[in-house]
Write a new protein. Structure first.
Length: 253
């Protein structure tokens, strides 16, 4: 067998949360390109259906399930529907997330709670539900951020806190589940990628931040998805509890 075969996802079923826009769509589409059938969830139904059509155009099976990851019952329902319609669960890409840029002295408590509830709690509820369905082991890839380890000169206490917590969550679930259940749990730490969240930033902000990136450019979606495919596939079979920065070297500065 070629070493390249270990990167393929043929016969796998992957779950992608937050699959209605941006990087979520890219995860769903290119996981399918790598061979996986895909179950997508998000709150925006119409855009979710567009993602389903893209996956099916690649010849893979796909379901689109409206769900709010902040609700444990929605996470359970999403996983159960994936098992019912696609047969099993092998991979979870915990991508759903939101962010705010509000000065800490003016941030409303409900704003802070909402970010934590989706980014951190939602990742935990989804990991719980997926792990219960991974009867023969699997791979969970949490989507963190470089802002879990550094700052980016915007007031992002809620977002940064949630992404720092993802690192601890990833390590703890890895030590709980890898040996006992055969479920590897890792996290990606994306750097500067264009997304719906970065569209909210001040004009020119991303370009101004390139001085902190040794690669001197923003990341492309395919580069983040390639790292996710590595962690989802058998190519990373001895990797668990890890945080993999995909940041053009930002965390080295």
């Amino acid at each position: 067998m070629s070493i390249l075969d270990s990167f393929k996802l043929d016969g796998k079923v992957a779950l992608v949360t937050g699959a209605s826009s941006g990087l979520g769509v890219a995860f769903a589409e290119w996981l399918a390109d790598a061979g996986a059938d895909v179950a997508n969830c998000a709150r925006r139904v119409e855009k979710l259906e567009q993602t389903r059509e893209k996956v099916e155009s690649l010849g893979r099976r796909c379901i689109a399930v409206p769900a709010d990851v902040a609700k444990p019952e929605d996470c359970t329902r999403f996983v159960e529907q994936a098992v019912e319609e696609l047969g099993k669960v092998d991979v979870l890409i915990n991508n759903a997330g939101i962010g705010t840029a509000v000065p800490a002295t003016r941030e409303d408590p409900d704003e802070f709670r909402k970010v934590i509830d989706i980014n951190l709690n939602g990742s935990y509820w989804m990991a719980q539900a997926a792990a219960r369905a991974m009867k023969d082991g699997g791979s969970i890839v949490n989507i963190g951020s470089v802002l879990g380890s550094t700052s980016a000169f915007l007031p992002q206490a809620a977002y940064a806190s949630s992404k720092a917590a993802i690192i601890g969550l990833t390590r703890d679930l890895a030590q709980q589940w890898t040996g006992r259940k055969g479920i590897r749990v890792n996290a990606l730490a994306p750097g500067f990628f264009e997304s719906e969240m970065t569209d909210q930033y001040p004009e020119g902000y991303l370009d101004q931040m390139m001085y902190r990136v040794p690669a001197q450019r923003k990341g492309e979606a395919r580069e983040l998805v390639a790292a996710a495919i590595f962690l989802a596939s058998d190519a990373s079979s001895y990797v668990t509890g890890a945080l993999l920065p995909v940041d053009g070297g930002m965390l080295t500065t």
